[in-house]
Design a protein around this ligand. Structure first.
Ligand SMILES: [Zn+2]
Length: 341
């Protein structure tokens, strides 16, 4: 399994990139389109595009309303803060992207700042299924996703991180650090990187291609833990050489392997809960959902709502949605935007 994720707002800056990657021609071995997971933050997100992304069978998950850039905020936020940011973001997505199938079940904190017991207590209270914020240091073999019922199978990794210390009924789609050494057989130790764009020594398309192959092999040849490739759209968009290398690599993997699937985070959990052999996987129902989606988007011309909020003073922000414009720009204390709070 390979899990591609993208973080932050979906809007005109990246819609074309997503269309190019998920063009309906890249097929998993079961004949269905490859899928990815989008961790969405609120500001500047185009919710008609979120609706369309979900309609195509990708997974929509939450990445907060404010994307508060004070990293310490996330380490110290209360259960209530976490609820407003993450459950509030789910309210906004469900309403303005008109997603009604209860499929918004995942959380990733901004800056990968883990919120300790408060974050995970909120997730239990608000019935989120999984988090994908905790990074595991580069290791061989890499780690499979785990639940927070038990102690984490690795140390709490990163500067001043606050990992949960109690048991929580939440899955952790752990972010395995990737090995970015140019010559993995000879180079000495180099710390791994969790987001691909933080692997700052990758400078050319060839280097990125070799990096993808080496990390794929580390997962595929060892314990087949899902390979997570975690992106910000801008990194691929601003570096066409990286995008070319990435698409070449995806196409090559798909043509050379009948046992590698590009799936969403929830589809990984579904397989772990119900493991299938390679031949059974072809007919595994959860991996056939929205197999290859045709048809027209929900709306050709979304409403572009010019909105303000008392909580975001002095700014007028556009919100694109196929549903009716709200009275106020949705924010922490008024996620529906109708002013009743
Ligand atoms: Zn982010």
């Amino acid at each position: 399994m390979v899990t591609i994720t993208f973080d932050d707002a979906i809007n005109n800056n990246n819609i074309d990139l997503y269309k190019e990657i998920f063009n309906g021609k890249r097929k998993n071995p079961n004949g269905c389109d490859i899928k990815a997971t989008f961790f969405i933050s609120h500001k500047y997100t185009n919710y008609s595009a979120v609706h369309e992304t979900h309609r195509k069978g990708h997974e929509i998950a939450v990445h907060s309303i404010t994307h508060n850039d004070d990293e310490r905020f996330w380490s110290n936020a209360t259960v209530d803060d976490w609820g407003k940011e993450m459950a509030g973001m789910r309210v906004i997505i469900e309403k303005f992207a008109n997603i009604t199938d209860n499929s918004v079940v995942g959380v990733r904190a901004p800056y990968l700042r883990v919120g300790g017991n408060n974050q995970f207590t909120m997730m239990e209270e608000q019935a989120f299924l999984y988090d994908s914020t905790i990074t595991a240091p580069l290791s061989n073999p890499p780690l499979w996703p785990y639940t927070m019922y038990f102690r984490m199978p690795h140390r709490c990794h990163g500067n001043l991180q606050s990992c949960p210390t109690r048991s929580h009924a939440v899955w952790e789609l752990v972010m395995n650090e990737l090995d970015r050494r140019e010559d993995p057989n000879n180079d000495e130790y180099l710390p791994g990187c969790a987001m691909v764009d933080s692997c700052s020594n990758i400078l050319t398309g060839d280097q990125f291609y070799n990096f993808l192959n080496h990390n794929f092999d580390r997962h595929y040849d060892q314990n087949r833990a899902p390979l997570g490739l975690y992106f910000h759209a801008a990194w691929l968009k601003n570096n066409p050489e990286f995008l070319d290398a990435f698409l070449f690599w995806v196409d090559e993997i798909l043509s050379n392997h009948n046992d590698v699937y590009f799936v969403t985070m929830t589809q990984v959990i579904q397989w772990i809960q119900n493991p299938r052999t390679v031949s059974e996987a072809k007919n595994f129902e959860p991996w056939r959902e929205k197999c290859a989606v045709e048809g027209i988007p929900a709306c050709w011309v979304p409403h572009s709502c010019k909105l303000t909020s008392k909580e975001v003073p002095g700014e007028t922000i556009n919100l694109q949605t196929c549903v009716r414009c709200p009275a106020n720009y949705p924010w922490l204390n008024d996620p529906t935007g109708d002013g009743h709070y």
